[in-house]
Design a binder for this molecule. Structure first.
Ligand code: FAD
Length: 621
């Protein structure tokens, strides 16, 4: 049969991890197959139609900086953009976009279909071909065989997925989609640690049945932000508002009276749910003293009346869902278009993975996304990009790659997962990163695009734009440094008047910009010169204002790097290291950290134990 059957990389699953994995591998020039249940659901948002937010936007911008699709699709599908924490420091600022799910999905599909080296095929993968300790390919539902020595599995919530509404449950990958049962069974035969997690989603509401006049309107920001470094506000479709309402004592009574009909509280669900995205029944139970919770009504798109009521995810029976929804102000007549539900699924202990996201036990088998115990499109997309990149590197016979914790949130995410594992769905927060000031969303390209180019992920057009931006930042920096303002000069007077800072001696513009009360736009206006690109201006401003803190953080990173990167041999006999307690020896033997830094983050491994390891390695060398 003349049908392509041999590939360098096969990606299973066309969700957020799978699409970024397939695109990354294909961008790097290797023959890639994306095998997925349904071409119509490529890039589908299973839950809320929103991308970004605190910690998550950092990941989206890193995906973008490495040439991925998520940020650009968001710019094309985003119907409301806001910068969260805009009054706080740049380290914790985060862009969030509400997306039209049809436009978002269409943008992802168009990107996939126009990617050279990428084949898309609609079929369920039912089996993996494994020879000894090496993956060799996959077998589909209709028994087609595809061969590749590198397979990236991104099956999301589909592995042995079980959907719960009240005490009823049925098999499903998410509402309307079949589960991946045969593949889940096959994976359970492999020597990998498997667990169960759960997540949930709220009922969707018909906007025509909602009284918005009693709710608070929440418009997007002006000027409209962009998600991609290459994005522009002209790309955005029409922008719309979200609406805020609240649960009340009556809502809470309805939920409390029906907790015995909740699959979570009656013990039907075994899997652990996301702590930071709890169901409404969880919130009522855990925060019993609160008599109200916010509910954001978020439009699902421009061509639908459906609304996503963010904050009332639930798996209570349908009659209770209806009652609780209609107890909320403005939703007294609400029509539910789709019931809310919870889903339980298999995930694999990410401590069984290497930094490259390749499994430790099966060569060439990579895992990415929700199956590694994470939650969220952004966490999935970032892992997908990394796994796809490493699968392609392996196919090319090159060394694997993962950014360090001080280089990217992607580095923090992977290091946390493979070192610490997770007992509940893991989501990203800025608080998980120790070096927040250098890992900002605004500088993701400056941190990663050069590495992406070396890996083969960045095309010529993006590279040229990036180089121009980097050069402009440097030139503007030099110009500000070389431009002196004399006391008594017209400019000094203007600055004094505008900012209330009288100049008593000569300063250059860089010194002046470093002052908290002076901003770049005003300074450029007064001095009659400056850059027009807002991204360049933003970088010059942040780098100048926070220079002292950034330099201190960089020094700290440098100091720690030497020990951080010290490799630990895979066959190291920890029981031979005298001075280590038996408990720590056991922990290290089980976790098999790849570096000293990784060892230091294993709970229970003390700084004294790390010093002993360091001494042992020095003696051995
Ligand atoms: P998915 O997006 O699930 O994609 C998996 C893909 O793999 C699908 O295309 C599927 O068809 C395909 N596939 C699976 N098995 C096979 C197979 N054997 N053969 C071929 N194709 C296969 N995230 C949050 O951040 N907050 C939330 O509150 C939240 N709630 C959620 C509620 C529900 C009910 C669900 C289902 C998800 C929720 N999520 C939430 C999670 C979010 O949807 C996921 O984190 C994200 O979609 C994971 O991306 P992924 O690529 O790993 O998997």
């Amino acid at each position: 049969m003349d049908f392509p059957s041999r590939f360098d990389v096969i990606v299973i699953g066309g969700g957020h991890a799978g699409t970024e994995a397939a695109l990354a591998a294909a961008r790097m020039g290797v023959r890639t197959l994306l095998l997925t249940h349904n071409v119509e659901t490529l890039g589908q948002m299973s839950c809320n139609p929103a991308i970004g937010g605190i910690g998550k936007s950092h990941l989206v911008k890193e995906i973008d900086a490495l040439g991925g699709a998520m940020a650009q699709a968001t710019d094309r599908g985003g119907i409301q953009f806001r910068v969260l924490n805009s009054r706080k420091g740049p380290a914790v600022r985060a862009t969030r976009a509400q997306a039209d799910r049809v436009l978002y999905k269409a943008a992802i599909r168009e990107t996939l279909e126009n990617q050279p080296n990428l084949w898309i095929f609609q079929q369920a993968c039912d089996d993996l071909i494994v020879e000894g300790e090496q993956v060799r390919g996959v077998v589909t539902q209709m028994a087609l065989k595809f061969q590749a020595d590198n397979v990236v599995l991104t099956a999301g919530t589909f592995l042995a997925g079980l959907i719960h509404i009240g005490l009823e449950n049925h098999a499903g990958g998410r509402a309307g989609d079949p589960p991946a049962t045969a593949l889940a069974r096959r994976l359970r035969e492999l020597p990998l640690r498997v667990g169960r997690l759960k997540t949930g989603t709220p009922p969707r509401i018909d906007g025509r049945s909602v009284d918005f006049s009693v709710m608070t309107e929440q418009p997007g920001d002006t000027p409209i932000p962009t998600m991609s470094f290459l994005g522009s506000a002209e790309q955005h479709p029409r922008q719309v508002s979200c609406w805020i309402t609240h649960t009340n004592a009556r809502t809470h009574e309805i939920i409390a009276a029906n907790l015995d009909r909740s699959p979570m509280y009656s013990g039907v669900i075994e899997g652990v749910g996301p702590r930071y995205c709890p169901s409404i029944e969880d919130k009522i139970h855990r925060f019993a003293d609160k008599d109200s919770h916010q509910v954001f009504l978020e439009p699902e798109g421009l061509t639908t009346h459906e609304l996503y009521p963010n904050g009332i995810s639930t798996s209570l029976p349908f009659d209770v869902q209806l009652e609780l929804v209609r107890s909320i102000r403005g939703m007294e007549q609400a029509h539910i278009v789709r019931p809310g539900y919870a889903i339980e699924y298999d995930f694999f202990d990410p401590r069984d993975l290497k930094y490259s996201l390749e499994t430790k036990v099966i060569g060439g088998l990579f895992f990415a996304g929700q199956i590694n115990g994470t939650t969220g499109y952004e966490e999935a997309g970032a892992q997908g990009l990394l796994a796809g990149t490493n699968a392609a590197l392996r196919a090319q016979g090159r060394d694997s790659w993962c950014p360090r914790r001080d280089e990217a949130y992607l580095g923090v995410l992977v290091d946390d997962l493979i070192t610490l594992g997770t007992q509940e769905p893991y989501r990203m927060f800025t608080s998980r990163a120790e070096y927040r000031l250098v890992l900002r969303e605004d500088n993701a390209d400056l941190r990663l695009t050069e590495q992406g180019r070396a890996l083969g992920l960045i095309d010529d057009q993006r590279w040229a734009l990036f180089e121009t931006k980097r050069e402009q930042i440097e030139l503007e920096h030099q110009r500000l440094k070389a431009t002196w303002v004399q006391p008594g000069s017209t400019l000094a007077e203007a600055i004094g008047q505008r900012f209330g800072s009288a100049l008593t001696r000569e300063y250059n513009l860089l010194n002046l910009l470093a002052r908290p009360e002076i901003d770049y736009a005003a300074l450029a206006g007064l001095s009659g010169s400056g850059v027009s690109d807002p991204q360049v201006a933003e970088q010059v401003e942040i780098q100048t204002k926070y220079a002292g803190y950034i330099d201190r953080q960089r020094d700290e990173i440098e100091r720690l790097r030497a020990s951080e990167d010290t490799a630990l041999p895979a066959d190291l006999d920890y029981s031979a290291i005298s001075g280590l307690s038996r408990e720590i020896q056991l922990k290290l033997s089980q976790a098999r950290p790849q570096t000293l830094g990784q060892a230091s983050r294993i709970p229970g491994v003390t700084p004294a134990a790390v010093s002993l390891l360091m001494i042992f390695l020095k003696k051995r060398a």
